[in-house]
Design a protein. Sequence first.
Length: 258
Amino acid sequence: MGGEESEQKHSNPEQPGGTAPIVVNGKYEKYKRYAREKIAEYFRYFWTWIQRFGEPLTVVTLLLFGATVGLYIATRDLVHDAENTAERQLRAYVGLKRDNNTVIKGVCPDCDLSRPVPAEGVETRNNFQILIKNFGQTPAYTADVCPGFIGVTLGANLSNADAEEVFQPCSGSGKGLIRVSTIWPGDERNIAVQMSKHMVEMLRGVRERKNDGYLIAKIRYVDIFDKSHGSFICYMASWDANSSMHIVGCDTGPRKDY
């Protein structure tokens, strides 16, 4: 038998007790072993590189993921800031309109101390007016005004609790609430508020220096972005030497806009 072949004897079922030669190609077996060894070698090679660079690749992947998340958050914040800036610039701003430095005008003939307060007709004769304007770039929707007058102890400051007590009827039953509806950009509204007998008596007390009196109002409206806003007005009533009533801005009370 040559060097390229090998002989192996097995039992032959057709020849009991006999043997038949089965020839196996030795070169084929050698190629199979070579292929298995090369596959194992390549596997060990790649496994070594995976072990060597697996951790750095993981770190790089995590860094890329973190950078992507950070970029997303930064972009989201930029968009949010841009939206807020647009809302601030384009929203409605409703506040007092100054007319020759006068923001509130009052008419109170029954504040004359030379005669008592009449029993009837007080609300039709006595009133004060508030001129408001939309200084913004877009309409103010469902605008309403809740005005009131409150007397406090002479020299005392107006507290937030006092103001909220005046505004309570507007928030509850809606009594005293003045509906202004939509105010377009640049439009003005003249709000006339009738004085009750109690308000007139408080003003008479201010004139006699028995108490101080504050005229307050709360304006509420909704802007084009469907957000609610408000303006608080606080003024103090006084009389000058010529017995003329003045209503000047006060330094206390809920005057913050939102």
